[in-house]
Design a protein around this ligand. Structure first.
Ligand code: C5P
Length: 283
């Protein structure tokens, strides 16, 4: 079975506080985009799950979220695991704040459920995903959604009006656990207007959403990293983006465009700037 694993962007990301379980309570608005990994599942002998990708440094065993998702799925179903070969054509940048690994895990849950004859509902699958990673439940359901709690408390929102997205992942990566650890000691100067974004989504107001996008993790980046992310955002805005922000714990920054020509110009300008650059759309 072949399936697409879509990347996500954070239209907003707010950290409400740390929790006794070591995680943080979050409030964030998530959006799926067309940029996706291609995931293929094949039954095989002998038993055991193996993951093959086009990126040599990614793990092929249970450290890969795709393999973990398969094992958690059979566990939840009370079934013996099959022999399974998962092949992932990675297109979503890795360690970029776009939930690439979580999305691969979510795609495996959806594909295995289809191969088993759909014994679980999408919501049940999302609950299985909680055991794989905080972003996996959202990645199972996708679309435009408010994510709270650890990220697993999901409320569907009206879809973001269709638009073009230009995104750039600079050459460096950010460690998610390290940035979460740092955020506790950072005085947040600014918080996203989550309610304002929800009201703009309800009104179908793309500009209203784009102008209010904000991610508190931008304040927690080391200053040289932050200035690089700001450079990308400035180029996007200069090229006509309606708004620009960072996704997840970064470092990918993106802009929303209502004009394809302007989005193409932004992609070209950013290609000269370095990093991985994509022009894609919301889904
Ligand atoms: O759940 P996941 O394994 O994706 O989380 C990776 C790390 O990100 C956690 O170990 C934790 O350090 C941090 N995290 C957090 N609060 C969340 C989600 C993730 O502190 N809500």
């Amino acid at each position: 079975m072949e399936i697409l694993a879509h990347a996500k962007l954070n239209l907003t990301l707010d950290v409400l506080g740390s929790r006794p379980d070591g995680y943080h309570d979050l409030r964030m608005i998530m959006q799926s985009i067309a940029l996706a990994d291609a995931v293929t599942l094949k039954r095989r002998e002998p038993a055991g799950v193996r993951v093959y990708t086009n990126l040599h440094f990614l793990p092929g065993d249970e450290k890969n979220l795709a393999a973990q998702a398969a094992l958690r799925y059979w566990e939840a179903l009370g079934k013996e695991p099959w022999g399974l070969e998962i092949t992932i054509d990675k297109r979503i940048p890795v360690c970029a704040g776009m939930a690439g690994g979580s999305s691969d895990g979510a795609a495996v849950l959806r594909a295995l459920n289809a191969m088993e004859g759909e014994p679980m509902s999408p919501l049940e699958l999302a609950r299985v995903g909680e055991r794989v990673g905080s972003d996996v439940p959202y990645c199972v359901l996708g679309g435009t959604a408010l994510a709270e709690g650890r990220g697993e408390v999901l409320t569907p929102l009206p879809s973001l009006p269709k638009c073009w997205v230009v995104l750039c992942k600079p050459e460096f990566s950010i460690s998610t656990p390290a940035l979460f650890a740092k955020i506790d000691s950072v005085r947040l100067r600014c918080r996203p207007d989550t309610r304002g974004v929800i009201a703009a989504l309800e009104a179908g107001d793309l500009t209203g959403v784009a102008r209010r996008m904000y991610n508190v993790f931008e304040d927690a980046l080391p200053s040289h990293r932050r200035s690089r992310v700001n450079d990308i955002k400035n180029i996007l805005i200069q090229c006509g983006a309606l708004g620009a922000s960072m996704s997840g714990t970064g470092p990918t920054a993106f802009g929303l465009f209502d004009d394809e020509g302007l989005a193409q110009e932004a992609r070209e300008r950013l290609a000269d700037f370095g990093g991985e650059v994509f022009l894609t759309q919301t889904v």
